[in-house]
Ligand binder design. Sequence first.
Ligand SMILES: [Zn+2]
Length: 263
Amino acid sequence: MHSAASTDFINDVYPQLSDEERIRVDLAAAYNLIEHFGMSDSIYTHISARLPGVHDRFLINPYGTRFSEVTASNLVAIDLDGNILDDPFGMGANPAGFTIHSAVHAARPDAQCALHTHTVAGVAVSSTKEGILPINQWSMQFYQAVSRHPYEGIALNLAERERLVKDLGPDNKVLILDNHGMMTLGDNVGEAFTLMFNLERTCQTQLAILSSGLTIQNVEPEICKRTSDQYKEFAELSQRNGFHAEWLAYLRLLETVAPHYRA
Ligand SMILES: [Zn+2]
């Protein structure tokens, strides 16, 4: 059972937050959850969320913070060019780290959140020509729904941003950055996080299957497609009072292990 305090916040306070307060809480939660599940890379990679009611202002972690240090109140607001608009603790932001995010946010107004990771499993799968193989149930969620962008080195010039946006396309919510890592997009922070959580497990499982040396039991394309459709139906059925049940479950986890996230 959860403590009364955590139950009160998720059940009573969270639904009453303003749009900006909820985005701040959700984004700080995503940083802390990525840390909790071992998907962070020191101070590198970012999770960004668009502020409500605008197309060109975003929240991102303060420069140099570990993901476990991010809270709802220390997030930094920046624009598409990386200019700092609001920095409550004077910690700055990393405009270079935001380059990929700004290109994605500018091109995809449907995405409130963009979440980028460098995990061993994600980088490993991103470094293969085959990418994500539809060979287990988790991976079916991503069947025919993944974009790829070839590696061009660390620096992202304007021309590469245009190629990245073209490679991402208008619909997919998963982008493999070849030889580099993974990115997920979400209509909200919870969707971007849950996609990344399942993507990470998919990559880990794929590596385990391939390293077993055994014969892969392939799945017929029509079954892959049907399972992919089922994942979409489950997502719609999993709403609780307007919020996704899986995201609320992750927030309750943080209430136990890292309640400072919403400070
Ligand atoms: Zn990166």
